[in-house]
Design a protein around this ligand. Structure first.
Ligand code: SF4
Length: 151
């Protein structure tokens, strides 16, 4: 399913649809452990298959060309580092295109969130590892981390 990563505009539409679908029931989700666990299960299932999601709990896909930054061998939340090879590949894994080169190219194909890649992302909060990014989003945890970083 990783082939979908070459279709960032489609993935962006899927993301927007998910927001439309989940937003109206977010308070219900926050009150129900069963719904939270179900959401986390769905995240693990689909995001792992499509994005190689590492369940960081602070999803920034729509700011990174629908490319998971946690697949960068250095786990950079803002990239690229200074080690990108001349062919655009990673210095740690020479056979792999730099995650941030991919993110940049894919962002250009995203009509709505493409420009988000120009923003600076907050550092990763390791305490949210292996939690649901959607639940963290709805509970305001993700936003407060980004706000603290921006101010
Ligand atoms: S940014 Fe985090 S939650 Fe989003 S796909 Fe990557 S590891 Fe998963």
């Amino acid at each position: 399913m990783r082939v979908f990563q070459t279709q960032p505009a489609v993935l962006e539409s899927c993301y927007r649809l998910t927001v439309v679908f989940l937003k109206p029931v977010q308070s219900l989700i926050l009150r129900s452990t069963v719904l939270q666990k179900s959401l986390m299960f769905m995240e693990q299932l689909f995001k792992k298959a499509v994005f190689d999601c590492h369940m960081c709990g602070q999803c920034v896909l729509h700011s990174t060309g629908m490319t998971c930054p946690m697949t960068c061998p250095k786990n950079l939340r803002n990239g690229p580092c200074g080690g990108v090879r001349n062919n655009g590949n990673c210095e740690i894994k020479p056979e792999m295109e730099c995650v941030w080169v991919s993110a940049w190219e894919r962002s250009k194909k995203m009509p709505v969130y493409g420009s988000n890649i120009l923003g600076i992302l907050a550092p990763l909060d390791q305490r949210l590892q292996d939690t649901s990014a959607w639940v963290n989003e709805f509970s305001g945890k993700t936003e407060s981390i980004q706000d603290e970083w921006s101010n």
